[in-house]
Design a protein around this ligand. Structure first.
Ligand code: AMP
Length: 362
């Protein structure tokens, strides 16, 4: 099939790399030949250029997208002529933190207490309801911890609201978590569901730096509970494709933070680490193919992000159990330029391998 991707970044690039062996072709919306997906398929410029949206639609048998920040109006328009997976409900819900939290509430999925905020007065009232510490976040368009303000004291109300630049925001109670986890799953058009194991994520300045897969010492009940939340969400949204949920593990159980209707940075380990990667499974799902087995291939996998500077990649190439993935991007502070996947049989081998890559970690 011909797969049209809205976006042309590293996620599109890795979708294409996994999709060609299945005999699919790819087209991307993007304005520059410098984008990570540019050399992996047809490029269709999109912004302000309706003709080229039409060209992408004419090219594609199915359309998918790289980001939950994709304009819903474009999806509505495109959907008249070609199927879009994940569908409108998944995108509409996940691109707004308030709608996402309302769905968690409706489905009895635990999440942090929250209040929507549209003014400084709203923020003051929300702080009284939720109490501090709390995090103020823009309702839409946030990523990698951007558009967030950690409030510790009521004296910060004016400063916090000003930092939101007047856009609709959400105040969330601060969750005292033990660690951050994520669950990636895929649902096919035929309602088949597959789950990857829970993984453990370490962030620095809001950016994911390290994923350990599977997360260690996970009580099977915790995995089952996370899968139950996931299944409820997949079914409620009629989701087709990969869905990711980010969770906090707390003393009192799991608390869901947010979700993404797409392949996710915390699933990059699955390229060499699982029988079928998240990318291949997303491609299989949206093209109506049977889903692939999600079982990890190795006892331990890890993913180290390459952020800002490409760094000493020769170290990686000399390691027998490491795989280098670069996205053909120029260096810039905080930019995701690539990642390294590590495969290990023992915890010691995993720890030693991560230690060898310490130049890539903050
Ligand atoms: P997010 O953009 O919602 O994924 O937030 C980025 C990071 O901020 C998360 O990975 C957490 O480390 C932290 N964070 C976000 N929301 C909360 C919360 N309600 N309580 C504690 N930490 C949070």
């Amino acid at each position: 099939m011909k797969i049209g991707v809205l976006g042309a970044g590293q996620l599109g690039r890795m979708l294409a790399i996994s999709g060609y062996p299945l005999n699919h072709q790819f087209g991307f919306s993007g304005n520059s030949i410098d984008e990570p997906s540019a050399l992996l398929g047809h490029m269709f410029a999109l912004e302000d250029n309706k003709d080229n949206i039409e060209s992408l639609v004419a090219f594609a048998d199915v359309i998918t997208y790289e980001s939950e920040n994709t304009d819903i109006a474009i999806i509505k328009e495109i959907s008249k002529n070609v199927v879009v997976y994940p569908g409108e409900k998944s995108l509409f819900t996940t691109q707004h933190r308030g709608r996402e939290k309302a769905l968690f509430d409706q489905l009895n999925i635990p999440c942090a207490p929250y209040q929507m905020v549209n003014s400084e007065a709203d923020l003051k009232a929300a702080v009284e309801k939720i109490s501090l510490p709390a995090i103020l976040k823009t309702a839409t368009d946030g990523y990698d911890g951007k558009g967030q303000f950690l409030m510790r004291d009521e004296s910060q109300i004016t400063e916090a609201w000003q930092s939101m630049n007047g856009v609709e925001s959400i105040l969330e109670g601060f969750v005292n978590f033990k660690r951050e986890l994520s669950l990636i799953a895929v649902r096919g058009i035929d309602n088949d569901h597959r789950y990857y194991p829970l993984v453990e994520n370490t962030h620095h300045n809001g950016i994911l730096r390290l994923t350990i897969a599977p997360a260690q010492d996970i009580d099977p009940v915790v995995q089952t509970t996370a899968e139950h939340y996931m299944q409820t969400l997949l079914d409620e949204m009629g989701h087709v494709g990969v869905l990711t949920i980010e969770l906090f593990e707390t003393e009192d159980g799991l608390v869901v933070n947010e979700m993404a209707p797409r392949v996710h940075n915390s699933g990059h380990w699955s390229i060499e680490g699982a029988n079928t990667s998240q990318f291949e499974n997303h491609v299989r799902a949206i093209t109506g193919m049977s889903l692939g087995d999600t079982t990890p291939v190795h006892n331990f996998s890890a993913m180290v992000n390459i952020i800002g500077k490409t760094g000493p990649t020769n170290i990686v190439l000399k390691m027998p159990n490491a795989h280098l993935h670069l996205y053909d991007k120029t260096e810039r502070a905080d930019r995701k330029l690539g990642h390294i996947n590590i495969m290990a049989s023992t915890q010691t081998e995993l720890d030693e391998s991560i230690e060898k890559l310490k130049d890539f970690l903050p």
